[in-house]
Write a protein that binds this ligand. Structure first.
Ligand SMILES: Nc1ncnc2c1ncn2[C@@H]1O[C@H](COP(=O)(O)OP(=O)(O)OP(=O)(O)O)[C@@H](O)[C@H]1O
Ligand code: NI
Length: 276
């Protein structure tokens, strides 16, 4: 953002998440995949959250949404519009003011036709019309609306999932990997819609492995590593050889991207692929 006048919408501070697990049947231990994580999103701002697989992106999203598994122990501060985001408040805002595009298409109801699922939460009088518009927008056929999730391809399901997030009155969008397996036209439509959310004043958390696409729309980028925040930089810092980036870790990842030819040693070790 680099723009101090914008109001902070979401502020996550000192987030830690642990899980109690049983080892060898009886011994209980706590693993702590997230520690001291922080991120901040302003109104009208898009923050891309990037990091290797297992770095804690989805857990961060689930903590904000209040959908961590039952054995999770979560501590830290999550403020939304300046007030503590309590579990009760999360529940109330989820699906209305706070919109979520999950990483897994398993979040769709397997027993409900997909057209119907996109209509949920829309104004009842215009729901059908709006759903048809959304389908057209994301390259889905009208007849696809009558199908059940198992009858659609993975890429189609991703587009259905995305369509369920497009609602009026959304103030915070949390998109967890909305684009893998999506053809270029639908991808640019999704990026365009995320940008539109921000133009309309919403904050957007865009979790992704596709940093190159994310940089097309992101204001800032938060880099996670092993469950903690390594750095948060303006999108503009992801440029050239990355000299404006704060950490060596981020710089190396940036340089190891296929399009960037700076760090061949890391590339040979496959770091760029792990990142993507
Ligand atoms: N329910 C759970 N119980 C125990 N550990 C978990 C649980 N869920 C996630 N973890 C661990 O927390 C870490 C972060 O997981 P998370 O799903 O947030 O990663 P991610 O960055 O979203 O990865 P990906 O890019 O593959 O989606 C991983 O090491 C994972 O094994
Ligand atoms: Ni994830």
């Amino acid at each position: 953002m680099g723009d101090a006048q914008k109001n902070v919408l979401l502020k996550v501070e000192d987030l830690s998440i642990g899980f109690s697990q049983y080892v060898k049947g009886t011994q209980k231990r706590i693993i702590r995949p997230i520690a001291n994580m922080h991120v901040e999103i302003g109104e009208g701002e898009i923050v891309a959250v990037v990091g290797a697989s297992g770095s804690g992106k989805s857990l961060l999203a689930h903590a904000v949404l209040g959908i961590l598994p039952g054995n999770a122990i979560c501590s830290g501060t999550i403020l939304y519009r300046g007030e503590a985001l309590t579990e009760e408040r999360k529940k109330r805002l989820r699906g209305s003011e706070i919109s979520f595009i999950p990483q897994s298409v398993n979040y769709l109801d397997p027993l409900m036709r997909v057209g119907r699922q996109v209509q949920i939460g829309l104004d009842r009088k215009t729901a059908k019309k709006k759903q048809k518009e959304l389908f057209a927008q994301y390259g889905l056929q009208e007849r696809d609306g009558r199908l059940f999730p198992f009858e659609l391809s993975g890429g189609m399901l991703r587009r259905v999932l995305f369509a369920t997030s497009v609602r009026e009155g959304v103030k915070l969008v949390i998109a967890d990997e909305p684009t893998p397996g999506i053809h270029p036209q639908a991808l640019s439509e999704i990026l365009r819609q995320l940008k539109q959310f921000a133009i309309d004043g919403a904050g957007v958390m865009l979790i992704t492995h596709d940093i190159v696409s994310a940089l097309e729309i992101a204001d800032r980028v938060a880099v996670l590593r092993d469950g903690t925040t390594v750095e948060i930089s303006d999108a503009a810092a992801f440029n050239g050889s990355g000299e404006l980036l704060q950490s060596e870790y981020t710089r190396r990842l940036w340089r190891a991207l296929p399009q960037n030819d700076f760090d061949l040693e890391w590339k040979e070790r496959g770091v760029g692929e792990a990142w993507l």
